[in-house]
Every structure is written in structure tokens, then in C-alpha cells.
Ligand binder design. Structure first.
Ligand SMILES: NC(=O)c1ccc[n+]([C@@H]2O[C@H](COP(=O)([O-])OP(=O)(O)OC[C@H]3O[C@@H](n4cnc5c(N)ncnc54)[C@H](O)[C@@H]3O)[C@@H](O)[C@H]2O)c1
Ligand SMILES: O=C(O)C[C@H](O)C(=O)O
Ligand SMILES: [Mg+2]
Length: 671
């Protein structure tokens, strides 16, 4: 606990607005820096919950010898520099083990009201702290005797988990990649089921290592094996059998408030096709990213599976399959189920945002048009993918929901950025699907693809249905974008043809997921198309060693860079719909995030490690677009007028400040 003298110095410093002195006092005093919770609480007391601001950059010399645990607690520091960013910056030079012990939090947790006691708390991952319950709390909540006597700190629990994870990595070396990834997913999933605070903390701190496990690509494998892996339900399942019941079912969800829903019908899971009810893994993974990247409170998220049957024969015949054993509903029958679900959600949580994910193309477009003016929703594959591909799009393979979504938005943005009219930009984009180049000669052309179909007289030397190699050889494109879901279609011949690109730095994006479905690997892209390419892939690949100390940089061109900011920005704006303007703002924000120098080096996106920074920027861009369109109704205590008055940096700071961060809150029981 903080001693009397230090408390007094800090109190005075705050009163006199000498925040720096206060920080120094904390560091130089003889504090017992081993008890994170104690310090956080002390800080809360000092400022009556308004928080302490520590000027971290100035107050902790980067080379100082730190023997204890550094506790960085307090609220937001200054408009331009949110607390956690300062903290991250200050802690970046510390050793790995000390860094992990830095508690940078944008807000000191207030007490959390819990309506249960005893084992019910231990079995509730929202509140459970495992061995971390302090003795006083064990008394208050009827937990004495239900846990081993020793109280283990959060940091200790964290280390314990990471040790077991690292030893799993060590012990499974050399084993097949898929089974190792599943074992890693299992250990993380068990923690998720048991203790959400610790789970999200390890996820946030190790996002680069863990994203490939809880999200793409391992989540694909999890979905494929879901029925066998199933132990406990997560999220909600609405099925065709629930027709007429959804309005009451929605009240079965235990949380009073839900901010973010990710919904799938399982019909196009990554590039793996129709996985029926097993697709629930996708909403779960996306929402984990929402918590980690956007700081959406995990008590306010809801993964949803809309089970309308499956056309996957293998699953229908699988005795373990957990979904409805019937073919997919079609037409009006299908839409009536989605309608009922949307109405039910809107009735209970009118402000909840619904992200449609991995719907097959026909329903992806149809539902987007049907709901986007009535509900706060967006389709991530159509609308969230565009910005990550916006680095420059002139050639496109895969005329599905993602490919068309990218084209639509990219044409608009590129024409705005370049000053060319949309038609001029569109003329430079060529669309291929499973039947090759799409031209006006195509029979039964999909209405969504029709605007991009080429007139044969404008594509001299090419024919309807021209193959990728024909198109690449003829057009010498600057950018080759793959959203086909078909692994390996950027084969050696196609990649070699990209050497003749008119650009000195051609871009090759193999965006299909998971890894097996990528249009090419990073290694093949650099090997066959040459070292000068810019490479992006939906699933992560290792950077490629090009010899002579040169590295072929791999960019993860995945909509995870955008959707968390779209959701968070919309939520904080209080807008009741998500407009093209808001989505465009998100895309342009990401497109302008990197410096020219970085882009020259082939680095198109920041490291996943800084996903919270990016999300804060994207979220702020979305929020400001909502304000400009007069759609922002405000959120919580912050009304539309305050939002309007915020400068750009103030908006970024506001967004960062509203990100939830996992720390154990004191639990208070109420009947
Ligand atoms: N990286 C990302 O952020 C991101 C975002 C969205 C989708 N995706 C991936 O993109 C892929 C497609 O998603 P979608 O929603 O557009 O699916 P979709 O089923 O709607 O569309 C797939 C399209 O690819 C075309 N196609 C199939 N075989 C082809 C071939 N051999 N050559 C050229 N085109 C071919 C199909 O005709 C169709 O037009 C999936 O693998 C998905 O995981 C990635
Ligand atoms: O899920 C992903 O990793 C990206 C995208 O939404 C997809 O459908 O592939
Ligand atoms: Mg998707």
C-alpha cells in the first residue's frame, strides 16, 4: 500500500496540477510495487475515481533500473496522448518480463456489482478470478474454503498460463501443424471458458502470437471440427425451428446490454464453404478481435449462429453434427428467419451493431440491401475488406461478395484520391470469377458483377472467360487481387507473368483464407514474381528471406484492421445506421496510415501488435464521418454536441479512452 507521506505528496501534486511530480513521487518512494491492485486502488482514492495522470514518457527514464513491478495506473493524460499509448511507449524499452508486469490501463476499474455468490461466481468466467480472489472478497462473496488458501496475483496467474502455453509449444515441436494449432486453441479456449479477464489480458498482450490461433487461420480448422471439439456453448443459436420464438428467446441472453453482435449463417466460412452450425467459430473469433483490438467490453458482445440447415452432405451424414439436419432454407422462408432475428435484436437492444459475416454471396448482398437503412448493421466481407486492399487496385480475381465489395469501394475512393472520374478508374479494373474474365457477353451475369463486366471491344485481344494467365499477360496489371477462395490459383505461370507488370512494384494480394486457400504462398510470390513485389495475404505468412540480407515483407491484408474500428466508431457515435461515408472514412484512414517510406519498403499495414492504435484511429474516422453526416446521437454521457466539438486528436483520444481493458475489478455482491 502507498505510504502516508507519498499519498500526501501525490494529493498535493494533483491539486497543483503537477502530475509529473506525482509520478516521480510514486517511483521514488518506498512503495511496495509488488501489488498491482493496491496501487490501482490507491490511485483511485487519490483522485476520487477521476484518475491520476502520469506523464510516463518524462517520468520513467528508459534506462532506469527497475527492480519491482511498474504500475502505471490512471486515466487519460492529455488530448493527444492517451494513457495507454504513453505507457506502451515508456515500457517499450523494458525487458520482456518487466513489460508484462506494466499495468497500463486507460481507466481504473470501479467496483463491479455481481448478483451471485459462491460457486456460481467461480463458474462464471465474467467474474471468476480463480485463485486471484483476495481474502476480503472471498469473505464478502462466500468463497472462503472453495479455493486453495493462497492468493495468487494476476501477474502470477498470467505467468503461469504463459508458461504452460510455452511448454505446450516446446513439447509439440515437430508434430503436425494442424494438431499443434488445435492444441493451442484448446488451451486458450479453456482459459476463455474459465476466466475472461485473464484470457483477454493474455490475448491483448500477445495478439501477434494468438491471433492466428483464435482467428484466421486456426479458427477455420476449429469450425471444420467444431462438433467434435464442442464442450460448452458460447453465444446464441437461432434455428429454423425457433421461428416465432425469437422475440422471447433473445431475452434468454444473460447480459442486460449488448453492443456488438457478429452473425453468420455458416454458408461461406472463410474459403471452406458451407459448414452449417459449425460456423459459430467465426463470430466467436471476430468478437475476440473486437475485445482485443477495439476494447469492446466482453460482457457486451454476442456471437450468433443462424442455423437454417446446411447443404453440406458430409455434415448432414455426420452423427456428431450439432446443427439442424436439413437442407438450407431458401427464398422467403430464409429471409423470414433473418427478419425475425433482426427484429428481436432491435427490440431488446436498439443500439446494438450487427456485423454480418461469412454469408454466401447471394444472401450477403440481399441482406445488406434489406437491412442497412433500417438497422445498425454492416457486412464485413463486402464492406470491411475494401480498405485493406485499397493500397491500389487495378486487377481483381474473385467476383464474390468480398471481391465486389472491394471493387465498389476502391473505385470510389481511388477516383476521389486521384481526381479521376469513377468511370476512368473502373475501366482499369478487370474482374474474373470461376469462369474467367467477366464481359458483357456473359450469360446469367450476377447483378452485382454486371457493372464491372467489360465490353469486348474495350479489351482487345481478350475474350469472354479469358483465364487468369491470359489476362495477366495481356494487361500487365499493377495489382493482382485474389478473393476467390481457391488455393494456388496464382500459380508459377501467373506469378512469373507478373514480372512483366507495367509497375516497378507490382502488388500481389492472396487474400483468401485460411492459409490453404490463399491464391499463392508468400514464398512462391517472391520466388516467381520477383523481389520487387508488394505482397499481401489474408492469413499470416512468415516474411521471406530474399538473400543478401533482404527481406520480402508479408502484409496481412485482413479485414481485422478495419472491422473493429468500424464497430467501435459507430458505437461511440451513437449512429443508428452505418453509411458508405463512414465506411469510406475507415478505409481511407487505414490507407493513409503508413508513411510513404514504409510503403516504399513494401510495408502496407502496421504491426498487429499495435492493433489498438490503428483501431482508435479508424474508430475516430468513423465517428467523425457520422458527426459530419449528422448521424451521431452520442453515447453514454457524451452527447452529439460534445462529439461535434471534438477536434480530430480529441476524437482519437475519446475513442482510446473508451476501450475496455482487462483488470480484476473489486466485486461487490448485491441481491
Ligand atoms: N482477407 C480478407 O480480409 C478477406 C475478407 C473477405 C473474404 N476473404 C476471403 O475471400 C474468399 C472469397 O470470399 P467471398 O465472400 O467473396 O466468397 P464468394 O463465394 O462470394 O466468392 C468467391 C468468388 O470467387 C470466384 N472463383 C471461384 N473459383 C475461381 C477461380 N478458379 N478463379 C477465379 N475466380 C474464382 C467465384 O466465381 C466467386 O465469384 C474467401 O476465401 C474468404 O475467406 C478474405
Ligand atoms: O475471417 C477472416 O479472416 C477474414 C474474412 O472475413 C474472411 O471471410 O476470410
Ligand atoms: Mg469473413
Amino acid at each position: 500500500m502507498m505510504n502516508e507521506q507519498t499519498t500526501e505528496v501525490c494529493r498535493n501534486s494533483i491539486r497543483n496540477d503537477q502530475k509529473r511530480t506525482c509520478a516521480f513521487s510514486l517511483l521514488e518512494s518506498n512503495l511496495d510495487l509488488k501489488r498491482a491492485n493496491d496501487i490501482s486502488l490507491a490511485a483511485t482514492n487519490l483522485d476520487n475515481g477521476a484518475g491520476i495522470a502520469f506523464q510516463m514518457e518524462e517520468s520513467i527514464p528508459l534506462d532506469c533500473e527497475l527492480t519491482g513491478i511498474v504500475i502505471i495506473a490512471g486515466l487519460f493524460v492529455s488530448e493527444e496522448k492517451p494513457m495507454w499509448r504513453l505507457a506502451r511507449c515508456a515500457s517499450s524499452n523494458l525487458s520482456r518480463s518487466l513489460r508484462r508486469r506494466c499495468f497500463y490501463t486507460a481507466a481504473i476499474p470501479g467496483p463491479c456489482i455481481v448478483h451471485k455468490r459462491g460457486t456460481d461466481i467461480l463458474h462464471d468466467p465474467w467474474f471468476n478470478k480463480d485463485t486471484g480472489f483476495p481474502l476480503t472478497e472471498r469473505d464478502r462473496l462466500g468463497l472462503r474454503g472453495l479455493l486453495p488458501p493462497r492468493v495468487i496475483s494476476f501477474e502470477h496467474q498470467y505467468d503461469r498460463f504463459m508458461e504452460s502455453y510455452r511448454s505446450l509449444e516446446k513439447n509439440t515441436q515437430g508434430q503436425p501443424h494442424g494438431s499443434v494449432s488445435l492444441a493451442k486453441w484448446r488451451i486458450l479456449n479453456r482459459l476463455h471458458d474459465r476466466n475472461e479477464t485473464l484470457y483477454y489480458r493474455v490475448l491483448i498482450d500477445n495478439i501477434k502470437d494468438f491471433a492466428p490461433i483464435i482467428y484466421t487461420p486456426t479458427v477455420g480448422l476449429v469450425c471444420q471440427n467444431y462438433s467434435g471439439l464442442f464442450r460448452r456453448p458460447r453465444g446464441m443459436y437461432f434455428s429454423a425451428k425457433d421461428k416465432g420464438e425469437m422475440m422471447s428467446m433473445i431475452y434468454n441472453w444473460p447480459a442486460h446490454q449488448v453492443d456488438m453482435i457478429v452473425l453468420t449463417d455458416g454458408s461461406r466460412i472463410l474459403g471452406l464453404g458451407d459448414l452449417g452450425v459449425q460456423g459459430i467459430g467465426i463470430p466467436i473469433g471476430k468478437l475476440d478481435i473486437y475485445v482485443a483490438a477495439a476494447g469492446i467490453n466482453p460482457q457486451r458482445i454476442l456471437p450468433v449462429m443462424l442455423d437454417v440447415g446446411t447443404n453440406n452432405q458430409k455434415l448432414l451424414e455426420d452423427p456428431l453434427y450439432l446443427g439442424l439436419r436439413q437442407p438450407r432454407l431458401e427464398g422467403e422462408e430464409y429471409l423470414s428467419i433473418v427478419d425475425e432475428f433482426m427484429e428481436a435484436v432491435h427490440t431488446r437492444w436498439p443500439k446494438a451493431i450487427v456485423q454480418f459475416e461469412d454469408f454466401q454471396m447471394k444472401w450477403a448482398f440481399e441482406t445488406l440491401q434489406r437491412y442497412r437503412k433500417r438497422f445498425c448493421m454492416f457486412n464485413d466481407d463486402i464492406q470491411g475488406t475494401a480498405g485493406v486492399a485499397l493500397a491500389g487496385v487495378t486487377g481483381n480475381m474473385g467476383a464474390g461478395s468480398a471481391g465486389l465489395g472491394v471493387l465498389n469501394m476502391a473505385i470510389e475512393a481511388l477516383s476521389r484520391m486521384s481526381g479521376n472520374n469513377e468511370m476512368a478508374v473502373k475501366n482499369k479494373c478487370y474482374l474474373l470469377d470461376k469462369d474467367g474474365l467477366i464481359t458483357k457477353e456473359r450469360k446469367n451475369i450476377d447483378p452485382a458483377a454486371a457493372p464491372f463486366a467489360k465490353d469486348l471491344k474495350d479489351v482487345e485481344g481478350l475474350r469472354e472467360g479469358a483465364s487468369p494467365i491470359e489476362v495477366v499477360k495481356k494487361l500487365k496489371p499493377h495489382v493482382l487481387l485474389g478473393l476467390s477462395g481457391v488455393g494456388g490459383i496464382f500459380n508459377e505461370e501467373v506469378l512469373k507473368a507478373m514480372r512483366e507488370s507495367d509497375s516497378t512494384k507490382p502488388a500481389i494480394f492472396a487474400m483468401s483464407n485460411p492459409t490453404m486457400n490463399a491464391e499463392c504462398t508468400a514464398a512462391d510470390a517472391f520466388k516467381y514474381a520477383g523481389p520487387n513485389i508488394v505482397f499481401g495475404s489474408g492469413s499470416p505468412f512468415e516474411d521471406v528471406d530474399l538473400g543478401n540480407g533482404k527481406v520480402g515483407h508479408v502484409n496481412q491484408a485482413n479485414n481485422m484492421y478495419l472491422f473493429p474500428g468500424i464497430g467501435l466508431g459507430t458505437l461511440l457515435s451513437g449512429a443508428h445506421i452505418i453509411t458508405d461515408g463512414m465506411l469510406q472514412a475507415a478505409a481511407e484512414c487505414l490507407a493513409s496510415y503508413m508513411t510513404d517510406e514504409e510503403i516504399q519498403k513494401g510495408i502496407l499495414y502496421p504491426s498487429i501488435d499495435s492493433i489498438r492504435d490503428i483501431t482508435a484511429e479508424v474508430g475516430a474516422a468513423v465517428l467523425r464521418a457520422a458527426v459530419e453526416e449528422d448521424l451521431a446521437e452520442g453515447h453514454g454521457d457524451v452527447g452529439p454536441r460534445e462529439l461535434k466539438q471534438m477536434s480530430k486528436p480529441e476524437t482519437v483520444a475519446y475513442v482510446s479512452r473508451n476501450m475496455w481493458f482487462p483488470v480484476y475489478s473489486p466485486l461487490v455482491h448485491e441481491k
